[in-house]
Design a protein around this ligand. Sequence first.
Ligand code: 5GP
Ligand code: ZN
Length: 126
Amino acid sequence: MPGVRECDTVGAMSNCLFCRIIAGELPAAKVYEDDQIVAFDDIQPQAPVHVLIVPRKHIPTLNDLDAADGPLVGRMVQVATGIARDRGTDTAGYRTLINVNEGGGQSVYHVHLHLLGGRQLQYGLG
Ligand code: 5GP
Ligand code: ZN
């Protein structure tokens, strides 16, 4: 399908960076995990708090969600709010965002929610 990048989902054979982190094949500073979700610090943080909340299920982009994924996305948001609280940035404020495809700035094709906080964030379209 044009615009959708394919990516293996299976353990050692996967060429998906986040599947490999989830499988423990690549290191990451994990901050949370459960049966559906893994969260870890972004390797190139854009703010003092910059955590990626990632479903264990390989979904390339938001465009690839199916109807049954609704609760999973809700769970990702709940995990983000919990981490924001744990990191002490819930009251001051934070941002969650999901980039979609090249035009949206997506660089890793396994859906992930960014949690950014710990500094004043400017709203920008860049
Ligand atoms: P995107 O641009 O797809 O929305 O976000 C991908 C994010 O993954 C970027 O913020 C980037 O810094 C982060 N990232 C890329 N490679 C790695 C890695 O190997 N480990 C971790 N922890 N983050 C990564
Ligand atoms: Zn993946």
